[in-house]
Design a protein around this ligand. Structure first.
Ligand SMILES: Cc1ncc(COP(=O)(O)O)c(C=O)c1O
Length: 462
């Protein structure tokens, strides 16, 4: 049965709300100020209006949602976040978060170990992949103020945007037909001597492609450049790389330990609600760039406060608590969180196989992780754009139980040609279809998703 599990979330919520209530009671009673008092029935009415308004959403939690990078957090994360949020610790300083600062240290250690990073590293959680990458690029600029930052043309737009914010120059390196950064062009750029940091993306947002990190690092060392890895999406695939990804992809995952900095987002493949990124640096000396005066914080402990090594100030202790609790249930092993990722990878592989023999759909390229791109078999770019869009609209209509939600991805004629797909070039670009198959339930859902999308494609192409 869809959307059912063996967990009783209301019971877990009631457990933590009760426990936090009891904890508060131990400090002695006080009257809530009358300005804060409100009518229970009125609040209930507002919350009813809220849940009604949330009807206006796509079903991100359901395997019929096979569109963007979105899924619901795990109930353990929901309950842990709620419990902690009731106290609202701020992981900026130990004073503001003794318990959750320690939890953050614990989870960072586990994530660093996943990447095979040294035991001594500098890192912290962030609100997002964007802020985590901003910090990595900022450190890149501080270390080499006059040098440029190179990344692939398929890197997340955050890199060029943040380069703008930081006043650095960024160089966009084209990708090969598999969506990976072109090593040849990278070397040409490196030879000019002005690239300070190369950003490798492991799991590009559009295609889920994995840049050839092992080779990038070797080249970077030759030309004295640093390497930052944006693995916001793909980072947790490290857990299954060796046994469940292509050997070539696994080779690049194994090189993560040699990167100068790494970003990963627990709010993507770590079962977390939004507000959960992380950044890691290997060189401890970069801590000097974070030095600042703060006469109003940092008084309870001489230990390092996260505020002393992060750009953000306030940050939810609840995020750290939610990951900490989640990793107790899904440890960072192949059998733990890895068992959630193996079926997502299988889903993409299996759907790709079905597309190869379909009469009306074809793959755009072979998926490297769990992001699949595909297109209707048509003979012109304008038709491709029309059918893809129409397919997305028609698949998403009908009763809620019938709806399948897909995403689109814009490609250029030369990108199609590079992948051996030729058609009349009567438009500058066209949309194709894209499905981020990031829910483990997608594995069993794929045959049904495929047959519905294929049926619609047949009707539209006819
Ligand atoms: C590879 C990559 N980097 C960075 C980001 C930005 O992360 P966030 O949305 O958490 O700011 C994304 C988001 O999709 C991403 O896929």
């Amino acid at each position: 049965v869809a959307n059912k599990d063996n967990l009783n979330l209301p019971e877990l919520i009631s457990q933590v709300v009760g426990a936090i209530g009891s904890l508060k009671d131990t400090y002695g009673d006080f009257e809530t100020h009358e300005s804060l008092r409100s009518d229970q029935a009125k609040i209930s009415e507002v919350l009813k209006e809220l849940t009604d308004r949330l009807e206006d959403n796509f079903p991100y939690f359901h395997p019929n949602y096979a569109a963007q990078m979105l899924k619901a957090p795990h109930p353990v994360a929901v309950a842990a976040y709620l419990a902690t949020m009731m106290l609202n610790p701020n992981n900026h300083s130990i004073d503001a978060s003794p318990a959750t600062t320690q939890m953050e240290r614990d989870v960072l250690k586990q994530m660093a170990a996943m990447f095979e990073y040294p035991e001594e590293f500098l890192g912290h959680l962030t609100w997002s992949g964007t802020t985590a990458n901003l910090e990595a690029l900022w450190i890149a600029r501080e270390l080499q103020p006059t040098k440029k930052i190179a990344h692939s043309a398929d890197a997340h737009y955050t890199h060029s945007r943040m380069s703008e914010v930081l006043g650095t120059t960024n160089v966009s390196i084209p990708t090969e037909a598999d969506g990976r950064l072109s090593m040849e062009t990278l070397e040409t750029e490196l030879k000019k001597g002005d690239i300070g940091t190369i950003v490798a993306t492991m799991g590009t947002t559009g295609l889920g492609a994995v840049d050839p990190l092992a080779d990038i690092i070797a080249l970077a060392r030759k030309y004295d450049a640093r390497v930052h890895v944006d693995t916001a999406y793909g980072g947790f695939f490290k857990l299954i790389a060796e046994n469940h990804l292509e050997p070539e992809t696994a080779r690049h995952y194994a090189a993560l330990k040699d990167a100068d900095s790494i970003v990963v987002d627990p709010h993507k493949h770590g079962l977390q609600p939004y507000g959960s990124g992380a950044v890691f640096f290997k060189d401890l000396s970069i801590g000097k760039f974070y030095k600042h005066d703060s006469p109003y914080t940092y008084f309870i402990s001489d230990d390092l406060h996260f505020g002393e090594i992060q750009l953000e100030c306030s940050r939810a202790g609840a995020s750290a608590a939610a990951i900490w609790a989640t990793l107790k249930i899904f440890p960072l092993t192949e059998q733990g969180l890895g068992s959630v990722l193996i079926p997502t990878r299988n889903a993409a592989k299996n759907w790709h196989e079905l597309l190869l023999t379909s009469d009306s759909l074809m793959p755009y390229q072979k998926p490297e992780l769990d992001i699949l791109t595909y297109l209707p078999r048509v003979d012109s770019l304008s038709k491709l754009d029309f059918v893809s869009h129409e397919l997305l609209v028609q698949a998403g209509s009908g009763s809620r139980q019938q709806q399948i939600h897909l995403a689109t991805y814009v490609v250029k004629p030369e990108q199609l040609k590079a992948r051996g797909i030729s058609m009349t070039e009567d438009a500058a670009n066209a949309r194709i279809l894209r499905s981020v198959l990031m829910k483990p339930e997608h594995e069993t859902w794929v045959p049904a998703l495929h047959s519905r999308v294929q049926e619609l494609a047949r009707q539209l192409i006819r």
